[in-house]
Design a protein around this ligand. Structure first.
Ligand SMILES: NC(=O)c1ccc[n+]([C@@H]2O[C@H](COP(=O)([O-])OP(=O)(O)OC[C@H]3O[C@@H](n4cnc5c(N)ncnc54)[C@H](O)[C@@H]3O)[C@@H](O)[C@H]2O)c1
Length: 311
């Protein structure tokens, strides 16, 4: 029996490429990326079942052509302009992401796609006003363009559902780390600095904390969501994991590599650096059950190994 075809955007990026690895186990994957921050080498492991198309999702004729040539069962929209510094420096570019999402949703509903999976972000919660962020009970406090865009695209998904019946699942992704992550993220920056024998640079006093979760855990939730009808038209916090201050993270990376690097403090960011993130994972566990889970230290060791090998 021939396999169903799915579309993944942002497929050459960090999380997108890990998702492609998983989806390629059961689908033909059309992998779209404009390589803004992605790297086509990330798609090498899943080559057989994957066709890479270098394309911008904002290129409506290009995306339309793809839909005309394929009968996509699912769409996974993971393309986005990301990275705290980049998104603060180029807010208009961030806002352009709305056009790409609209292109996809319009074509998906015309093509009768079964469900759209969207990579939203814990940033929609903004600076936390609740100790533990819950999908329904925590007010969304999005202020930065990146978070506003995620929020707006979520509104489009709900509106396409109510007007056209297009089903969705929204993943609210919390801080992720792992192989293939770009230098814009703190874990990659620390590992690269340590491997180069340089001091690690921490913004502010380093007491801001993150719940860091290995990338494999994030993508493990996706096949489970595909097979779980209860996840249709739901928003699901994806994360859990290990709460660690940025200072402790720097120390842990130094110990894991066995390096003598020091830590230097830079001025605190005035925007975009949330003090704390904690998430309620009750819905994730209730809907998707027990997922295979890579613990923090194991994930860190795997990530360091990968960066050592790739250089
Ligand atoms: N990494 C995290 O901790 C995290 C947290 C919350 C949400 N997310 C979301 O997960 C998704 C993947 O993020 P990531 O961390 O893997 O970042 P990433 O930069 O590695 O991946 C994004 C990919 O999208 C591509 N892209 C950007 N704009 C595009 C466009 N217009 N057309 C086609 N391709 C485009 C980039 O080239 C890149 O490959 C994003 O939607 C991001 O907002 C990530």
């Amino acid at each position: 029996m021939s396999r169903d075809t799915v579309l993944v955007t942002g497929a050459a990026g960090f999380i997108g490429s890990h998702l492609v690895d998983r989806l390629a186990e059961r689908f033909q994957v059309v992998a779209v990326d404009n390589l803004q921050t992605g790297d086509a080498r990330n798609l090498a492991p899943a080559r057989e079942a994957v066709r890479f198309v270098k394309l911008d999702v904002n290129d409506r004729p290009g995306i339309k052509f793809l839909f005309s040539k394929n009968n996509f069962r699912f769409v996974f929209h993971y393309a986005a302009t990301v990275g705290v510094e980049f998104t603060l420096a180029q807010p208009l570019k961030v806002l352009d992401d709305i056009d790409g999402a609209r292109n996809l949703l319009e074509l998906a509903r015309l093509a009768g796609v079964e469900r759209v999976f969207y990579a939203s972000s814990s940033e929609v919660y903004g600076e936390p006003v609740d100790a533990v962020q819950h999908e329904d009970r925590t007010p969304l406090n999005s202020r930065l363009p990146y978070a506003v865009v995620k929020n707006l695209i979520e509104a489009y998904l709900r509106s396409y559902r109510s007007e056209y019946g297009l089903r969705y699942t929204i993943f609210l992704i919390f801080n992720t780390f792992g192989p293939r992550q770009s230098d814009a993220f703190v874990m990659t920056r620390f590992i690269r600095q340590v491997l180069a024998g340089e001091p690690l640079t921490v913004n502010g006093d380093g007491r801001q904390s993150r719940k860091l979760n290995y990338v494999g855990n994030k993508v493990a939730a996706v096949p489970a969501a595909i097979d779980t009808p209860a996840s249709i038209d739901q928003v699901i916090n994806i994360g859990a994991g290990y709460e660690i201050s940025i200072q402790s993270l720097a120390e842990r990376v130094i110990t894991t590599v066995g390096s003598l690097s020091t830590i230097v403090h830079l001025p605190a960011r005035t925007e975009g650096d949330m003090t704390r993130r904690q998430l309620d994972t009750g819905r994730l566990r209730q809907m998707l059950g027990d997922l295979p889970w890579v613990e923090f230290d194991d994930g860190l060791a795997r990530t360091v190994d990968w960066f050592r090998q790739r250089g």
